[in-house]
Design a binder for this molecule. Structure first.
Ligand code: OGA
Ligand code: NI
Length: 371
């Protein structure tokens, strides 16, 4: 087809597409992320960040929920075990999200960790630029700073920068972790690993299984950390901090600061996940939904673009299987004549491939593997 056969809007589309790729590259080449744009003094955000109205449509602040059952539970990990298992199970089944307190990690340490990650993002440009790269997988150093891991295959970019650190099964050389946050990140990894295992044992019991049924390298052997930075967005009504998505792996442990903006979808409605001092957010990933045969939910979530002049910082540790070639499907104990398997068996590597080739389009990963 030559341009003679195209109508104006088709030409316009191609033109936009061309400019978009060029503009994405220009943004990427700054190696300074969205914070760099804010620091340059922009008052309007580049159009590569404009989200289509359909994604922003339900982005309007909603009436606060008055119904008490629509609050993401805050669970006290020092409760009696039996009660604890029940609370964790109920929250995982209903929302796929909960917060935990009395988890054994001091509030002062968590604050130091948030400050350290914030300090990384607020380093001098030339220092941060040196580690600007997207590949933090099994190749490379395992540490990268980038903006929008899916920059080149999402329809619209989001207002967030990320420091990503590979932790397991091929741990990063600690020397590669930026010095401003090295001690805190290393310490947090140890704590997070332990907490992840503790939460898995509770969740396993919640499924009526022994506490160690879903543990070890097969389920929790891979860990990666991201330190997200959501700077002030001058046109926060045109974009988003992180688009609606579910986390792909098994479990995510998230520490957010006081700023807020994280929401969880339940029954078609968005619920604010309000920051609770000293609490950690726990959410289940798609692979957990699959192995639990839908007993547990992988909760959809998103973060608003930050309209405040205070930057928002969050730190997530993602747990997933240690071996790419392992096969996963609904656990046999959870499959019966009354409740047949809802998912096909899948290789973890297929899952990962699918995740990185898809944009955060709001379609849960589980939908690709449902029978
Ligand atoms: C994520 C995520 C939420 C947040 O990184 O997958 O959902 O509060 N982050 O930053
Ligand atoms: Ni997430």
């Amino acid at each position: 087809m030559t341009s003679n056969n195209m109508n104006i809007s088709e030409i316009q589309k191609l033109d936009d597409q061309y400019n978009r790729i060029k503009e994405l590259e220009e943004f990427d080449n700054t190696k300074l992320g969205v914070k760099g744009l804010v620091d340059s003094g922009i008052t309007e955000i580049p159009r590569i960040f404009h989200h289509p109205p359909q994604t922003l449509f339900d982005h309007e602040p909603q009436q606060p929920h008055t119904n008490d059952s629509l609050i993401i539970p805050v669970i006290d990990l020092s409760s009696v075990r039996e009660e604890l298992v029940k609370q964790v199970r109920d929250a995982a089944a209903k929302f796929g999200f909960f917060q935990v307190i009395n988890h054994g990690v001091s509030v002062s340490f968590l604050e130091r960790l948030l400050d350290a990650v914030k300090a990384f993002h607020e380093l001098e440009p030339q220092e941060k630029m040196q580690i600007y790269r997207r590949d933090t997988g099994t190749s490379g150093t395992g540490v990268g700073f980038y903006s929008n891991y899916d920059l080149f295959h999402s329809k619209a970019a989001s207002w967030r920068d990320t420091l990503s650190i590979r932790l397991d099964p091929i741990p990063v050389d600690p020397k590669e972790i930026p010095e401003v946050c090295r001690i805190e990140v290393t310490e947090w990894d140890k704590e997070a690993k332990q907490l992840g295992e503790q939460l898995m044992s509770l969740l396993s019991e919640g499924l009526g299984l022994s506490s160690d049924r879903i543990s070890g390298i097969s389920y929790l052997g891979r860990r990666a950390m991201v330190g997200n930075y959501y700077p002030y967005c001058p046109e926060s009504n045109k974009t988003i901090g992180i688009a609606t998505h579910t986390d792909p792996g098994i479990l995510t442990l998230l520490l957010q600061d006081k700023v807020g903006g994280l929401q969880v979808k339940y029954d078609g409605k968005w619920i604010d996940l309000k920051p609770v001092c000293g609490a950690l957010v726990v959410n289940l990933g798609d692979l957990f939904q699959v192995i639990s045969n839908d007993t547990y939910k992988s909760g959809e979530h998103r973060v608003f673009a930050n309209p405040l002049h205070t930057p928002r910082v969050s730190i997530a540790v993602f747990f997933s299987p240690g071996m790419y070639e392992n096969i996963y499907g609904p656990l046999p104990e959870l499959v019966s004549a009354e409740r047949p398997a809802l998912y096909q068996q899948l290789m973890f590597s297929d899952f990962v491939k699918r995740f990185f080739s898809k944009e955060l389009d709001g379609k849960p990963m589980t939908s690709y593997f449902r029978l």
